[in-house]
Design a protein around this ligand. Structure first.
Ligand SMILES: Cc1cc2nc3c(=O)[nH]c(=O)nc-3n(C[C@H](O)[C@H](O)[C@H](O)COP(=O)(O)O)c2cc1C
Length: 191
């Protein structure tokens, strides 16, 4: 069975990302074509990148990096739940991504963005980053607007049609994660 992580991309107190990710996780639980897990980068207490060697070398020295590496390596694909901060993703999510390299390679990813402009620019920013890490990003994405999916710009109340968008995005993530299996197997046997 494929394993897909739903990654909460914000860490600040009072973040809306947690409610958004939990909603997506509940929707994903209705499916039987993959196993889903909520991954909260906050739980990994990652400092600003503090590894002496570039992650592409895979020579990690810190326990927090090894723990994060093991978690991310265990999945076939990811759904990034990203806020939009200054027209980009969050610094916390970018930092967590930067900690690793091989763990992301030949996986598939989909996005759920949220913000004033539905997180669209944050998702575009993440797509560029994923390209460098050889993560296949799917076309379908979920965009949650502060104007129509959050009551009074505050409480998360997604419009009814958003659930359908989550499923379309997950369909594509699962299809691509499956298609990339061969490459991941080659990568594993090459060490
Ligand atoms: C540092 C910062 C920068 C932001 N910049 C943008 C922005 O460029 N575009 C936007 O639509 N919303 C922006 N917002 C609003 C966020 O999208 C909104 O606060 C959202 O709830 C943040 O996600 P979080 O609550 O999970 O941290 C910004 C918020 C913060 C804290």
């Amino acid at each position: 069975m494929l394993g897909i992580a739903i990654i909460i991309g914000s860490t600040r107190p009072g973040r809306k990302g947690e409610a958004v990710a939990k909603w997506a996780y509940e929707i994903a639980q209705k499916r039987s074509d993959a196993e889903f897990e909520l991954v909260d980068i906050k739980d990994f207490n990652l400092p600003l990148l503090d590894e002496p060697m570039p992650p592409i070398m895979g020579r990690y020295t810190h326990d927090h990096t090894k723990r994060w590496s093991e978690k991310i390596a265990s999945f076939d694909g990811y759904v990034f739940v990203t806020p939009e901060y200054n027209h980009a993703t969050s610094g916390a999510l970018k930092n967590a991504i930067d900690f690793l390299h091989a763990e992301w390679v030949n996986k598939a990813a989909g996005f759920i963005g949220y913000g004033g402009a539905s997180g669209a620019r944050a998702v575009e920013n993440l797509r560029l980053i994923m390209g460098e890490l050889q993560v296949a990003t799917v076309r379908a994405q979920v965009g949650l607007s502060m104007f129509t999916d959050f009551e009074n710009f505050s409480v998360f109340k997604p419009a009814p049609n958003q659930e359908k968008h989550v499923h379309v995005m997950l369909d594509q993530v699962i299809a691509w994660a499956t298609a990339l299996k061969t490459l991941r197997e080659k990568q594993d046997s090459a060490g």
